[in-house]
Design a protein around this ligand. Structure first.
Ligand code: 3SK
Length: 513
């Protein structure tokens, strides 16, 4: 029997951490601190609200909608404590997207931050299976906070099984079709015993900060579960910008930061304006970390980036490396607890140095909710993540592309991210995505979408043409010339999921010129 909520609450409080700060946050007016004892009490009161007022029973699915703040965290833990299934959703989702999730997971109840409830009410009209919404971060009559006031501060966790589902996390959909991934109580604890222990080597004195939403398992683990599992402190902040994250690192004396490569890149020019003396470890995941970003970050901060790849299907990071074990250009090795290998087209282990499909197994794995795509993801016990990787003789894994992002042009294999990495080194370029577009002569051609640091550079067509040819020459000078983008389009922004991944499928539907 196992209820994972206990492992973040009473178990930790009983280990001598009751008066330690569990969660810090800030509202517009005040800063907020909850000790482990206070967090336990709040979670228990919310648990009573879920059982006594919402009349939910173990196994019921509860949609959670909120930004990264203490009440959102407490609601997730309370849902687990009462044996229900948490379905956290990205704060920016619109009614139609929410309704797809509600229908797919047959969700009858929601806990929603008051600031975000309007869109959920629209979704409820589209999906009447959702019968009740209780708002938090509100003092109104009927709000979670108001109902909590009369509730006891103790609650005995429902005696769930280690293999009861407690979390359904929806993939953010780089392909546009979200899938629900189901995770057990034991999975939630397993991720806390893998990456944070062996790679991050987090300590109870650590203060965790960062940007990924709690609705994304990267954020749920990195910003809430990993700190709480060891009695450390989680700083939960909403609407962070590169500048406010740097400022908050100094203000909260954060030691561990989780964010995506794009965010680290955007912070770089501002790093000299901050002390960052407290910062010891920076974790990058969610998208591939270009070597240039890793090197620039190290030059600016002196910190060796901890790169990692995870997947919503696997719950958290399964390949990574830290400190002296990290290598520029490699994501890392299989995180202890996981095994990883590269498979060829036939499903056999590919030789060292050959690109193939990444396959992973370990304590967590893919269980899609009612989705035929399960059979494509899990093969002979291996999870096929959809990433093309190469393993070197030392067991380091080198990212090449998403398997569906390999471009085959005139018989050559081109990995889009390799070309992106070169283009990103051009001084005029801020962001870039490379895709293959159908071409009669070559099968596919390489096309780059580029966001410039200064968009005014291409306001006149002649300047634009000159810059296209300059970037093309730049790529040819740095990699095999057949990889150069025959077509370059300047854009104001790249289409991204809420978790920061580029939605290449949207770019692939454009034309070549
Ligand atoms: O996208 C990733 O690399 C990732 C990392 C950690 C946890 C979850 C995900 C999807």
């Amino acid at each position: 029997r196992l209820n994972c909520a206990n492992a973040f609450l009473e178990d930790i409080a009983a280990q001598g951490f009751a008066d330690k700060i569990a969660i810090r946050s800030a509202s517009a007016h005040a800063s907020l601190k909850w000790t482990y004892a206070e967090l336990c009490a709040k979670v228990n009161q919310i648990a009573h609200v879920i059982v006594d007022e919402m009349r939910l029973a173990p196994g019921n699915r509860v949609l959670l909608r909120g930004a990264n703040n203490p009440m959102m965290a407490a609601c997730i833990l309370a849902v687990w404590k009462v044996g229900c299934v948490a379905v956290p959703t990205m704060p920016l989702l619109r009614a139609k997207e929410l309704s797809v999730i509600i229908d797919k997971a047959q969700i009858s109840a929601a806990l929603c931050s008051a600031a975000l409830h309007e869109e959920l009410e629209v979704a409820q009209k589209l999906s009447p299976v959702l019968q009740q919404i209780k708002c938090f971060n509100s003092e109104e009559v009927g709000s979670v906070e108001q109902l909590m006031q009369s509730k006891p501060t103790s609650f005995a966790a429902v005696d769930t099984h280690a293999e009861d589902v407690c979390l359904i996390s929806f993939t953010s959909g780089t392909t546009g079709m979200p899938k629900g991934t189901m995770h057990f109580h034991r999975d939630v604890l397993a991720i806390c015993d893998c990456f944070p222990r062996s790679i991050l080597q987090s300590q109870t004195s650590d203060i965790f900060i960062g940007t990924p939403p709690l609705a994304f398992t990267f954020g749920l683990g990195g910003l809430l579960l990993f700190p709480l599992r060891i009695g450390a402190t989680a700083v939960l902040l909403e609407k962070l910008t590169p500048e406010t994250l740097l400022k908050s690192i100094d203000e909260y004396q954060a030691t561990v930061c989780f964010t995506a490569p794009t965010f680290y890149r955007q912070m770089l020019p501002m790093v000299p304006n901050f002390s960052l003396k407290s910062l010891q470890k920076t974790v990058s995941a969610g998208e591939t970390l270009p070597a240039a970003t890793r090197e620039a970050w190290q030059a600016a901060t002196g910190l060796i980036m901890i790169d990692g790849i995870g997947a919503t299907e696997m719950l958290h990071i399964f390949i990574s490396a830290a400190g002296e074990h990290a290598r520029s250009g490699a994501t890392g090795k299989a995180v202890p607890g996981y095994q990883a290998c590269v498979l060829d087209e036939q499903g056999n282990p590919a030789p060292v140095g050959v690109t193939g499909r990444l396959a992973v197994k370990g304590p967590t794995g893919c269980r899609y909710l009612a989705d035929d795509r399960q059979k494509n993801y899990v093969l002979n016990g291996w999870n096929l993540t959809g990433d093309a990787y190469e393993m070197d003789a030392e067991g380091y894994f080198h990212y090449r592309a998403r398997t569906d992002d390999m471009i085959i042009t005139a018989g050559y294999n081109v990995a889009g991210p390799e070309v992106e990495e070169i283009i990103l080194k051009h001084p005029a370029v801020a962001e870039c995505a490379v895709v293959g577009l159908p071409d009669e002569e070559r099968g596919q051609i390489v096309k780059a979408f580029v966001v410039l640091r200064d968009a005014s550079k291409v306001s006149d067509p002649l300047a634009s043409e000159a810059l296209v040819s300059e970037i093309q020459q730049f790529v040819k000078a740095n990699v095999a010339p057949y990889k150069y983008p025959r077509c370059i389009e300047f854009k104001d922004a790249l289409p991204r999921t809420e978790t920061g991944k580029v939605q290449r499928f949207k770019l692939k539907t454009t034309t070549a010129k």
